[in-house]
Ligand binder design. Structure first.
Ligand SMILES: Nc1nc2c(c(=O)[nH]1)N[C@H]1C(S)=C(S)[C@@H](COP(=O)(O)OP(=O)(O)OC[C@H]3O[C@@H](n4cnc5c(=O)[nH]c(N)nc54)[C@H](O)[C@@H]3O)O[C@H]1N2
Ligand SMILES: Nc1nc2c(c(=O)[nH]1)N[C@H]1C(S)=C(S)[C@@H](COP(=O)(O)OP(=O)(O)OC[C@H]3O[C@@H](n4cnc5c(=O)[nH]c(N)nc54)[C@H](O)[C@@H]3O)O[C@H]1N2
Ligand code: SF4
Ligand SMILES: [Mo]
Length: 661
């Protein structure tokens, strides 16, 4: 039996797996014992990650919609017809009527080709799901410290004095990293969790700051003010390495303990203790969607300010973003509508790209995926690659209507998703173990996946599909992932130092590369070389019931893949309410309620949970019904949906209303 080295296809931790292959079939999967990050561990999803590939309902042939039904057609016909339609749309409405979105489950090489193809057709309408998880993190990091990524690796977690986890549930979303937290606890590291819910991670924290949702900015400003007033800041670090201190001091002065306590609901003793713990050197500031999908870019800015004030970036600590999908760091680095893969979107960089690509990309910024689907615009054709926005975007009713109104919808996926069902053409994709290529994990390590098995029927790797479309347009694209990798190195500065050997080695190696561990020891990569404090105000928080949507450890995003692991099946999410709210609303456990927001309403079953805070309701984002009620307010700057800030009303349903017993 052959053993093929690969990386788990689910989350951004990027655990190493050994695939046991017999006659071109994966028969077993084991954790890679010596792997650099996972060190012989896997979570439940990872252990069974090969199962969905063998699901009976894999897409195996190209499909075309004829009179509301998908029928099988040949690859030649599919590519010819799609390209003819794209050409017609471009001729009638211009290149900006075309868009390419998706790719966080894809390899770096594939997302690179996707944005290159879009730009060859004359549009910057390219984006990925990185938009909806950590675009605020990438933006704030870039402007404040220089690079839109984690500054430290997970390996450093157990070596710290303090680890702060804001708005992230490690035990659910990045389960294998729990091992680093337990090791840290053994070493005496203090763990601070900032979350309105009692999460699995909060349960073993030394300090759980259970704030009101959406008030993180006030909390961080209050802590900043307390640090300054009590001389707990690192004055030397600030003087030598940081700008914007005066404005920051002025800005946070109104965030007294009293004011902060009132806005956040956190008692002052906890605010003080939090400040004292981060004033220690060797602190990691880590975060997840609780910041980005509630407070947007300003939430992340307010948080990074604390790391700069305490001198905890560089040798003495760092910033760790709990990125979501297997290659979301890579997609975020390469696929943006307003940035080229080689840097800012300007004529100079376009010329540089033209020397490598043999065509010059347009310099007008394109549309983020959220704006293309949720705001008025002139896009007429969209190609989605490894993306299921009908289920994953907010305001599902609006998204469905938008996609039905397109002139052309193409979906490249391994399964008939809710989005694919609406598509004019569905192209069958090979999945992770059926192709090779690299992914960029949450702490910036780029790791190679080797091919273990063949895709079913006529399914093809996305890089091959993109190359075929490009070819039909008359462009010659390289197709071999190793060659694409070399082109990425020549094109993208942050990837230029990698070597293929090294990247292939990280699928097996037990050692972190020394240059990957910490950034900013000497200087920041901003224009001035200094870190930049940016003061931001806490916006007003409305008092209505707030719906928060979160993750469950056995389910993955829209359930398309994890729902095909035997035993991990799909199920409807209840709405979790606090005991206090249940009493107030006179709702008992398991009763059916109508949940209504400004954009939709749906019925859900109630579960009463002490883990939920009064005034909030919690649902799992995996359920197809959830995004009918989650509304599409976007962060002003980064256009991420506020998935964790939907205001709702809950009405008890008379059992007769729903036809129950
Ligand atoms: N099992 C599993 N793992 C996954 C995924 C999955 O679907 N399933 N998806 C992957 C993806 S794409 C991503 S992006 C990551 C996401 O991983 P996480 O960032 O952990 O995502 P969530 O569970 O959505 O939200 C995190 C926490 O934010 C808290 N929160 C809500 N509102 C606020 C607030 O106002 N302030 C603060 N401080 N916290 C708040 C919630 O209570 C929740 O515990 O997970 C990845 N890993
Ligand atoms: N209410 C609410 N909604 C949310 C969130 C939330 O917290 N709350 N979180 C948001 C976040 S952070 C994210 S990242 C999104 C995730 O949203 P999506 O990215 O839409 O969700 P996935 O289920 O991961 O869909 C990925 C698709 O890629 C396909 N796929 C897998 N591998 C391959 C491959 O190699 N090639 C191709 N072509 N296809 C492949 C899978 O079959 C699947 O259909 O959801 C967002 N939606
Ligand atoms: S922690 Fe993430 S990468 Fe690791 S096995 Fe689980 S889902 Fe896969
Ligand atoms: Mo995500």
């Amino acid at each position: 039996m052959e053993v093929v080295k690969s990386i788990c296809p689910f989350c951004g931790v990027g655990c190493g797996v050994d695939l046991y292959v017999d006659r071109s079939t994966v028969v077993r999967l084991s954790p890679a014992g010596d792997h650099v990050v996972s060190k012989g561990h896997l979570c439940g999803k990872g252990t069974l990650a090969y199962e969905p590939a063998y699901s009976w309902d894999r897409l195996a042939y190209p499909l075309k919609k004829v009179k509301e039904e998908h029928i099988r057609i040949s690859w030649d016909m599919a590519i010819k017809e799609i390209v003819a339609k794209l050409k017609e749309i471009i001729q009638n409405y211009g290149s900006e009527a075309v868009a390419f979105y998706g790719g966080c489950q894809n390899t770096l090489e594939e997302v690179y080709l996707m944005q290159k193809l879009a730009r060859a057709l004359g549009t910057n309408n390219v984006d990925s799901c990185a938009r909806v998880c950590h675009e605020p993190s990438a933006t704030a990091l870039k402007e404040m410290v220089g690079i839109g990524a984690s500054s430290i690796s997970v390996e450093m977690i157990p070596k710290m004095n303090t680890v702060v986890i804001a708005g992230e549930s490690v035990t659910e979303s990045h389960p294998v990293l729990s091992h680093y937290l337990t090791e840290a606890k053994k070493n005496g590291t203090k763990l601070v969790v900032i979350d309105p819910r009692i999460t699995g991670t909060a349960k073993f924290a030394d300090l759980h700051i259970r704030l009101r949702p959406g008030t993180d900015i006030a909390l961080f400003n209050g802590v900043g003010n307390y640090l300054i007033e009590n001389s707990l800041i690192d004055k030397e670090f600030i003087k030598e390495r940081v700008t914007g201190f005066e404005e920051y001091v002025k800005g946070v002065s109104k965030y007294t303990l009293e004011f902060t306590e009132k806005v956040t609901g956190v008692v002052r003793g906890d605010i003080q203790r939090f400040a004292q713990l981060i004033a220690l050197k060797e602190t990691i500031f880590s975060w997840g969607l609780g910041l980005t999908q509630s407070s947007g870019v300003n939430g992340v800015r307010a948080y990074i300010n604390l790391a700069l004030l305490t001198g905890n970036v560089g040798k003495r600590g760092g910033l760790l973003v709990f990125r979501g999908q297997t290659n979301v760091q890579g997609s975020g680095d390469l696929v943006k509508p307003n940035v080229f893969p080689n840097g800012p979107m300007n004529d100079e960089n376009a010329e540089r790209l033209a020397r490598i690509w043999n065509f010059k990309p347009p310099v007008k910024p394109g549309l983020p995926v959220t704006e293309a689907l949720l705001r008025d615009n002139d896009v007429k054709a969209i190609v989605f690659m490894g993306y299921n926005p009908v289920a994953s975007m907010p305001n599902r009713t609006k998204v469905e209507k938008r996609l039905r109104n397109l002139d052309l919808l193409v979906v490249i996926d391994a399964f008939m998703t809710d989005t694919a069902r609406l598509a004019d053409y569905v192209l069958p994709a090979a999945v992770w173990a059926e192709k090779e290529g690299s992914v960029s994990s949450l702490d910036r390590i780029v790791k190679w996946r080797f091919k273990a098995t063949d895709p079913p029927g006529e399914a093809k790797p996305d890089h091959e599909i993109l190359r075929k479309i490009a070819e039909e347009f008359g462009y010659v694209f390289v197709d071999d992932p190793k060659e694409i990798f070399e082109e990425i190195k020549r094109t993208v500065p942050v990837y230029s130092n990698l070597t293929l050997d090294e990247v292939m080695d990280y699928s097996t190696n037990s050692r972190y590369p020394s240059h990957e561990i910490t950034l900013y020891d000497e200087k920041f990569y901003t224009e001035s070389g200094k870190g930049k404090l940016i003061f931001v105000q806490q916006p007003e928080v409305k008092k209505e019931m707030t719906l928060i949507t979160v993750r469950n450890v056995t389910r993955y995003n829209t359930d398309v893949v994890s729902g095909r692991i035997p035993g991990f099946g799909k199920y409807e999410s209840p709405i979790y309410l606090s005991p206090d709210d249940a009493v107030e609303l006179e709702i008992g456990d398991n009763e059916e309620v109508m949940v209504a927001s400004d954009c939709g309403k749906m019925s859900f079953r109630v579960k009463i949970s002490r883990e939920v805070q009064k005034g909030t309701a919690v649902m799992y984002m995996h359920d197809f019904k959830v995004n009918y009620v989650v509304c599409d307010e976007l962060d002003e700057i980064t256009k991420i949906p506020k998935y964790k800030q939907t205001k709702i009303k809950i009405v008890k349903l008379n059992r007769n209303d729903i036809g129950g017993p």
